[in-house]
Design a binder for this molecule. Structure first.
Ligand code: GDG
Length: 472
């Protein structure tokens, strides 16, 4: 039986309680179907990391953990991945900070990972690489003679070709993409952007069935919208009302309506813009003052990256200004917390909220939108207000779809959501639930892996696809 070999920037080894993070939840069922290996960064920094990973066996999965040097971490992770690729992929080219040293570090870590991984591979392993930290990995593996099927899943948006082309190194990365047999993105919009980029920027030829050809390589580029563990999330939401933190929130709210936002503290999520939309809603609807509370949960993320520290300051300024100018004794309009809540509490808070505000400026998919819908009480569901720039908007067309840059439009949607009839809320919610049911997380993993298995294997090792050139 083939093994599934997952490669991702961070490896999520289940802890003593068996708790699992986002990608681990997504891959749980895939690892039920295949025995597996999960390879990637341990999250640790060492002065002289070992060339081979530390192996940890847990059930059907073996975890292979690589340490990085602090320079690796700085250049590969905080630098090129999070200060150049992340903003560019999210259309924020003004925030992109390219450095040749960071790019060289990114390529170096990918090469180190490839040579450590190559030694662990068996001929019929299916290799599934995740996310923008590891775009060059397949190219490096091919150059070491690896001929296995290799798939890549890109969890964030793929921008229009003219945006991606602004990034130095972008054509090398597009060439590297061609070393994969299957490239998955969340939406057809992203797939189309990537296919156009491959044709326009590196001269790939597009064949029927969305297969791109360059030299002796053929890559299929296709949308596979990620889903959630619907049943698991619903069960957590059903049980949630007994949780002390949820009860405390219910007591604190009194008769006020709750609006909720949940996001990593990231500039792609549109948090200060959302706060200003809520401010606009309160100014336009003075009768709502004191009758509604907006809770924003925003766990801090990537705080070592300067743009994130700057965002944190901007959010605090906006929050202070709005609460200071519109708050009253006994009522704070926006409650803002940066700690991480346990998943069952999150499910309970979603369920309490009359409105889920999910208004990213750009997002590959956005799982919060799906979790909010899943957590609702079927007899009295809340309303999802969703940015047209989240991948989720392509599927959840029964949400109130908004342009997150238009504060008046978002404010109006909040007003409509709070006044929507029960009948319309149930109608919209039921239709969204159908999609969440038919395209849940196990559907996502199995449809991706079936497509990867169906790709033809292309003979012996190919010549190396050159991606370096700037490695020093
Ligand atoms: C990337 C792409 C794509 C948040 N706060 C808490 C908490 N969370 C959980 C949410 C959700 C997850 O984090 C966030 O997922 P998103 O999809 O919303 O966003 P990213 O982290 O940016 O993920 C995105 C995703 O990859 C998958 O492909 O959808 O577009 O950017 O599950 O619930 N979880 C807990 N406590 C919190 O306080 N337990």
């Amino acid at each position: 039986m083939s093994r599934l070999v997952v490669v991702s920037n961070r490896v999520a080894v289940p802890d003593a309680k068996g708790a699992a993070g986002g990608l681990a939840v997504a891959l749980r069922e895939a690892f039920e179907a295949y025995p597996g290996l999960w390879f990637g960064w341990s999250g640790k920094v060492a002065a002289q990391p070992a060339a081979q990973p530390r192996l940890v066996d847990k059930g059907r999965v073996q975890y292979a953990l690589m340490d990085l040097t602090s320079i690796d971490r700085q250049e590969y992770y905080s630098g090129f991945a999070n200060r150049a690729l992340w903003p560019t992929m999210h259309y924020r080219i003004g925030l992109a900070d390219f450095s040749r040293a960071d790019y060289a570090g990114y390529l170096r870590v990918n090469r180190t990972f490839a040579s450590a991984l190559a030694r662990l591979l068996k001929p019929d392993d299916l290799i599934w690489v995740h996310d923008y930290h590891l775009i060059p990995l397949a190219s490096e593996l091919r150059s070491l003679g690896v001929t296995n099927r290799i798939g890549y899943f890109h969890h964030i948006p793929w921008p229009a070709p003219e945006v991606f082309a602004t990034l130095p190194g972008s054509t090398q990365l597009l060439r590297a993409i061609m070393s994969y047999d299957l490239v998955g993105v969340h939406t057809e919009r992203d797939a189309d952007n990537l296919r156009r980029g491959l044709v326009q920027e590196i001269g790939a030829v597009q064949h029927k069935g969305d297969v791109l050809e360059l030299g002796d390589r053929r890559a299929l580029v296709k949308g596979f919208p990620i889903g959630i563990d619907l049943a698991g999330f619903q069960a957590a939401a059903n049980r949630s009302s007994t949780h002390p933190l949820v009860r405390q929130t219910i007591a604190g709210l009194g008769s006020r309506n709750l609006i909720i936002g949940v996001d990593r503290l990231d500039y792609s999520k549109g948090i200060p813009e959302r706060m200003e939309s809520f401010e606009r809603f309160l100014i336009s609807n003075p009768d709502q003052r004191g009758r509604v509370t907006y809770l924003q949960i925003a766990p801090t993320s990537r705080s070592e990256v300067p743009e994130y520290a700057e965002l944190s300051r901007a959010v605090n300024d906006t929050l202070g200004r709005i609460n200071g100018s519109l708050g009253e004794p006994g009522w704070v309009p926006i409650h803002y917390v940066t700690s991480t809540y346990p998943r069952p509490v999150l499910a309970g808070l979603y369920r309490l909220a009359k409105v889920g505000l999910v208004t990213p400026i750009r997002d590959g998919m956005n799982l919060v939108a799906k979790e909010y819908v899943a957590a609702q009480n079927p007899a009295d569901p809340g309303v999802l207000v969703l940015s047209k720039f989240a991948g989720a908007a392509q599927q959840l067309t029964d949400a109130l779809i908004v342009n997150p840059n238009d504060k008046f439009e978002v404010a109006e949607a909040i007003q409509v959501a709070l006044h929507m009839s029960l009948e319309e809320r149930i109608h919209r919610w039921s239709r969204m639930m159908k999609t969440l049911k038919s395209q849940d997380v196990s559907w996502w993993a199995s449809s991706y892996l079936n497509a990867l298995k169906s790709r033809k294997v292309h003979g012996p090792a190919r010549s190396k696809v050159k991606i370096a050139g700037t490695t020093h």
